[in-house]
Design a protein around this ligand. Structure first.
Ligand code: C2E
Ligand code: MG
Ligand code: MG
Ligand code: MG
Length: 278
């Protein structure tokens, strides 16, 4: 009986691996065509002042709508795009799209302070990253000051020697820089003083435990105080409840982003919620 159980367990395990493997191969093949076939689009999530709720900026988040696979979440396809190198093309497409959207909004007098774009660690390995991003922005009526580059704490700390000079180049061109998912990786605090950062984004795992876990309160408070001491703005991500918002306000968190305020949404919907006509 035991042998039989083990045997079936093994087969189950085995076919699971094959399914996962096939799904990954399918996604990778399909991903190569996704931009050309117009399957990619962007959603934007507002980032608002914690006190006044005025919009301070927004984050662009890529979406993939495949005709048969359906909506594939970024958590699933971004890692595949990174491994296969397709992230290079996706990254350029995202930035171009953001600049076109921002130019359109500004032309319509929809006063969007800035839009944040996520960059993967893999993109930092391309020798032409800075020049290609600079050229994309130059080709539009946007300026680098209106673009925030988000890089995760783990990818920035991973290879500090090569990432640091690139961040300085971005900074000298006028781009803003945000460290994403802060607190989730191994924070090498000593490097904080070398990094030309404008914004720290507290990882949503801390925000979501604010009410249930007193240690998360201490950690979040410490991150906010440190950031303010370094003259950085703090964004709390993943804010889902008013209790969390109240708690963040008490800690003097500058900006909040999360489902409580608004989920990521289409440009049309965002306009209808935030644009005050002139
Ligand atoms: P991220 O940059 O940390 O983005 C925040 C994620 O949290 C987004 O997930 C957003 O939809 C989600 N979120 C927002 N508010 C809440 C909330 O209140 N509660 C919860 N539980 N989640 C919330 P999404 O859109 O699925 O993206 C996942 C990750 O994929 C992003 O994490 C980012 O690392 C990556 N990603 C998304 N778009 C791009 C892109 O254009 N380029 C690159 N390289 N990565 C991207
Ligand atoms: Mg982000
Ligand atoms: Mg320009
Ligand atoms: Mg994040």
């Amino acid at each position: 009986y035991e042998a039989k159980l083990q045997n079936s367990g093994y087969q189950l395990f085995n076919s699971d691996i094959i399914d996962t493997f096939n799904r990954k191969l399918d996604l990778e093949n399909e991903l190569r065509w996704a931009i050309a076939r117009n399957q990619m689009f962007l959603h934007y999530q507002p980032q608002v002042n914690a006190e006044s709720c005025r919009m301070e900026g927004m984050e662009a988040l890529v979406r993939w709508n495949h005709p048969t696979l359906g909506q594939v979440p970024p958590g699933e396809f971004i890692p595949i795009a990174e491994e296969s190198g397709i992230i290079m093309d996706i990254g350029k497409w995202v930035l171009k799209e953001v600049c076109v959207q921002l130019s359109r909004w500004l032309a319509d007098s929809f006063d969007v302070p800035s839009i944040a774009v996520n960059l993967s660690a893999r993109q930092f390995m391309a020798p032409d990253l800075v020049s290609s991003i600079r050229d994309i922005v130059r080709g539009t009526s946007c300026s680098p000051q209106q673009i925030v580059i988000e890089i995760t704490e783990s990818s920035s700390m991973n290879d500090i020697e090569s990432v640091l000079p690139i961040l300085h180049e971005f900074k000298s061109l006028g781009f803003q820089i945000a460290i994403d998912d802060f607190g989730k990786g191994y924070s090498a605090l000593g490097y904080m003083k070398q990094f030309p950062i404008d914004i720290l984004k507290i990882d949503k795992s801390f925000v979501q435990e604010l009410i249930s876990d007193s240690k998360s309160v201490v950690i979040t408070k410490t991150i906010i105080d440190m950031a303010h001491g370094l003259n950085l703005k703090v964004i709390a991500e993943g804010v889902e409840t008013t209790d969390q918002l109240d708690c963040l306000r008490k800690m003097a968190c500058d900006i909040v982003q999360g489902y409580l305020i608004d989920p990521p949404m289409s440009p049309d919907r965002l306009e209808s919620r935030y644009w005050i006509g002139v």
